[in-house]
Design a binder for this molecule. Sequence first.
Ligand code: SAH
Length: 459
Amino acid sequence: MEAPVAKNEYYDVIFEDLTHDGAGVAKIDGFPIFVPNGLPGEKAKVKVVKVKKGYGFGRLIELYEQSEDRIDAPCSIYKQCGGCQLQHIRYEGQLKAKYKHVKEVLARIGKIEHATVHPVLGMSDPWRYRNKAQVPVGEREGGIVAGFYKERSHDIIDMDTCLIQQEMNDIVVQTVKEICEQYNIPAYNEQTHKGVLRHIMARYGATTKEVMVVLITRTEELPHKKKMIEAIIDRVPNVKSIVQNINPKRTNVIMGEETRVLWGSEYIYDYIGDVRFAISARSFYQVNPEQTKVLYDQAIAYANLTGEETVIDAYCGIGTISLFLAKKAKKVYGVEVVPEAIADAKRNAELNGITNVEFAVGEAEVVIPKWYEQGVKADCIVVDPPRKGCEESLLQTIIAMKPNRVVYVSCNPATLARDLRILEDGGYKTMEVQPVDMFPHTMHVECVAKLELSFVHSK
Ligand code: SAH
């Protein structure tokens, strides 16, 4: 079919929908055009900038009629920065859009239409929530810049403050930037693979107020190391840990293999509810502590434990969900691929006097089949994989092991839907899905799904 639109032409449209990354969708003679910044219901003039097979992209030229969900984005660099996508939408509108996205993706990709999808649980104050900042460092006209990458590029937008970050993380980034200027510490250059400082990472324990500063460098050597450490201690309140991570590779992966404590402790502490956690530089820790509690409470409720069960927590990180499960189960097995995270998990069990957990380092899809062979039989399995979802082989092991219940925590509705379909074909039924807004103003949405065993394959 010939596209009914042409590049560089102008059209009057009404936006009908919103993509998951916040672009408006308008149809011109049935042909979808994606237009950043357009909102459903709005009438606008757009210019078509790219035409592909079956769809096109446009630029918003003039708004004739505004949506009541449209607001002025509070952040001054919102338009340039690739960090947030939804700041121009009222928070309630963001939650509605995320709900719709989850429902549609579950139906389209997973053919999951029978499960109850609950309204997204949002925050009462959806700002300044992130406990971790991880910003690339660069140089421009001799000065140091640190901030976010511009959307779909590696240009660094220099940033003084980020409205979704804890203020303390802003302080850390600004301080390190100033110190680098002061002592002429060269920023890493991606093109030439020269320079020293690649990323600044700040982590803040929201309940303990403890701060960790991680300097990610290309080189082992960190010029003016002593002076830098002194300046950080002097200027960052309540800093407990200063760490250098060395990443000598030409790569987009932020952290390297080697981590050295420059000063203080190798980890900081934080609480979720009444459980205390030690968190080290390379370990995953949820970035929105307030909503983490909401998410975990839901996951634990879906696990529906009586105290008699054996539970597996796959992709357990530093053992956060495992320890909450352990309080309500007979035995919990946690598995995670990052060794530092498992060291943290073991320490965290001890710290909280929890003895009915066992942690293993390895890939869930390798370790869990081994446990199964050794006779471990779980009554409930919790999975919380990264964005790419679970390996199919892990899902097949779950289907073979037949726990009564599976709780799937997911930060990517598309892979969640794909994996739920596999579990459903293996005998599980998705009962409920609870989306939780862990990442206000961004396109991301977290979900927790409850599955029950509904039939057993007779193989
Ligand atoms: N449940 C934890 C961590 C979730 S993030 C929490 O809520 O904090 C996902 C975790 O999966 C990360 O810690 C990552 O290191 C780990 N991971 C990634 N691939 C894995 C794999 N194949 N097997 C086990 N763990 C994996």
